[in-house]
Design a protein around this ligand. Structure first.
Ligand SMILES: [Zn+2]
Length: 110
């Protein structure tokens, strides 16, 4: 598109040639659905819904997003997109996980 500012890759910072790639990440609360128990049917459901809506209205948009779902969108160059696809959680792994323990054990024995 004419006049459009060239995008830079969010990982390497280089100018993206062509359209590049889009990385969208969404992290949201795992939710299995609503379990309705017999005792729930005797409660005032309308009042419960009103109370929940009041709570949600009082929460800021940012807090609501952070607690329920958070999403990001990044532009990537082809090289970084290919690398990312090979191992999307590479940068997110924590020390002490099974993955890290295995790697550390390999390094110390060598
Ligand atoms: Zn890149």
């Amino acid at each position: 598109m004419a006049g459009r500012k060239p995008k830079k890759c969010a990982i390497c910072g280089k100018k993206i040639k062509g359209d590049g790639f889009v990385l969208k990440i969404v992290c949201y609360v795992a939710f299995d659905g609503i379990e309705i128990r017999p005792e729930d049917l005797s409660k005032d459901i309308k009042k419960q819904i009103r109370d929940e809506l009041k709570k949600i209205r009082k929460m800021s948009k940012k807090r609501l997003q952070d607690e329920v779902a958070k999403w990001w969108e990044f532009s990537l160059c082809q090289t970084c997109a290919e690398e990312y696809r090979k191992n999307p959680l590479r940068g997110a792994r924590r020390e002490g996980t099974m993955y890290e323990k295995g790697r550390n054990a390999d390094l110390s024995s060598g």
